[in-house]
Design a protein around this ligand. Sequence first.
Ligand code: SF4
Ligand code: SF4
Length: 225
Amino acid sequence: MSDLNSTLTNMKKKYREIFKKSVDAIQSRIDELKPTKLNAEIFDNFAKDSIGYQWQQAVLDMFENDISHEIYRKWQEIISYRNNFECKGCATCCNLACSEFSPEELKQKADNGDKFAKQFTQIFIPYKNSNEPKKIYPEYLKLLSENVEGDVYFYHCPKLTECKRCSDYENRPDICKHFPDNPLDILPESCGFYNWRKEVEPVAMMLHAMVEIIDYYKEKIKEQM
Ligand code: SF4
Ligand code: SF4
């Protein structure tokens, strides 16, 4: 447990490194599509139907039809690989669910049709005060609050029994069945999926970085078209 904080500090640094490498990889794929005689940058303003304009269109097509599909496929592989790990029943996800949204905000989101917020508010109730969750898993709680920007709110499920068992396991909702479904979420070391997350983290970070970079390129190119 003692190295959790340094792990996260490394993760941030690691993400920055992966992000830079992903920018280079995407830029070289853009350059491969560049017409040989063209002396310009992808964010330049080109006349409609010029070779520069066609290049921008080819790049947007590559994002839509190649890279986005590659990202989706790799993400699905990561999620499937999760089946090699299993829940250890530590009950942290039942007892210490967290959200960037307050109970009032979650209720409002649920009322506005947000599916996740609806399920979340049907399962979890907020702790009465901030000291209660601190007693459960102080290291994990500290880690989350230090590394999630803005406020973090903690909730618990009333269906969890005193011996840390789900009293309605057969009917547990989808978000319980599929937890954890995001390899970039911070997991407690007690979680059976902790090693899954650790193994797939570099690829998941690269995919996340690629999505961010592609969105940026798409927006910038479209501004010029
Ligand atoms: S419904 Fe069961 S599995 Fe889901 S959070 Fe509650 S106790 Fe945990
Ligand atoms: S935190 Fe992980 S190991 Fe613990 S109950 Fe939830 S899914 Fe299972």
